[in-house]
Design a protein around this ligand. Structure first.
Ligand code: ZN
Length: 268
């Protein structure tokens, strides 16, 4: 299963931020001169050797997803990205360029920097149009809306991003059911305090993403996207996770109740 580097990178950055900030300056400065630029209403796309029709395809798809994602999440009031608020998409030449120049993990096919609204990827990234692009845009739109003051667990960031993918991580429910049968299931309170590192076993990483996709799919489709919008409004106001759940979803009083309701849904 493919993962993005959203959360993992943040952790690595915290550990080695001093080193990264020193290293990143000259490399970014050098690379800037090489970028071509394509501007649209809500995006500025930077590319080097990628063919122009590919870049135009990225522009068209990004604009379309931009409109769809806020609606998918039940956001009725969402500030538009125009002029200097446009998001930036960097298209590296290939995986090697992406890993080396953008300093990304080898297993990552795309990454998003939420605060600067930047997406980095490369043309042959697995499922670029159907998965990577909507996934990374999902990260940015979710976080831009709720901000950083509320208590939002990593699984929710990833779950919301995966929900934007065309296939919505089809197969996630099945993987979670298998984990339950094998007694490997991680309840939400455990998932909430989990951090993924580059040395975390692949099986654990995969299960983290499957559970995140499954529970988020459950929340948005079963509990409802309009209510999910209320939930996000509450988080935006700095509410705790339990309070936001309790406010938006009458049946769900806290994280354990959500875990229980989700498990019941999986049994159906
Ligand atoms: Zn992600």
């Amino acid at each position: 299963m493919k993962q993005c580097a959203f959360k993992a990178l943040r952790k690595v950055f915290l550990i080695t931020s001093g080193v990264l900030s020193i290293l990143s300056f000259p490399i970014d400065g050098q690379a800037k001169n090489d970028w071509e630029k394509l501007q649209s209403t809500h995006f500025i796309i930077y590319y080097k050797e990628a063919p122009l029709d590919f870049v135009q395809g990225v522009e068209k798809a990004a604009e379309q997803y931009y409109g769809e994602i806020a609606d998918n999440l039940g956001y009725t009031r969402y500030e538009s990205w125009t002029y200097d608020k446009r998001a930036k998409i960097y298209i590296y030449n290939d995986q090697e360029d992406y890993v080396v120049s953008a300093r990304q993990f080898k297993w990552s096919h795309g990454s998003a920097s939420v605060k600067t609204k930047e997406i980095r990827t490369f043309p042959s990234a697995h499922g670029f149009f159907d998965s990577t692009l909507p996934h990374e845009l999902g990260h940015i739109i979710f976080r831009e809306f709720i901000g950083f003051s509320g208590q939002v667990p990593g699984w929710m960031d990833e779950g919301v991003a995966m929900y934007q993918e065309k296939a919505k991580r089809w197969g996630a429910n099945k993987a979670v059911k298998q984990a339950i049968a094998a007694k490997k299931f991680m309840p939400l309170h455990e998932l909430t305090y989990m951090t993924l590192y580059s040395e975390t076993p692949q099986e654990t990483v995969d299960l983290f993403y499957s559970e995140a996709a499954s529970v988020t799919y459950y929340i948005i489709t079963e509990l409802g996207k309009v209510r999910f919008g209320y939930f996000c409004e509450k988080l935006k106001q700095g509410s705790s996770l339990d309070n936001a759940l309790n406010y938006a979803f009458p049946r769900i009083k806290d994280l354990d109740a959500l875990n229980k309701a989700w498990l019941e849904y999986l049994k159906e």
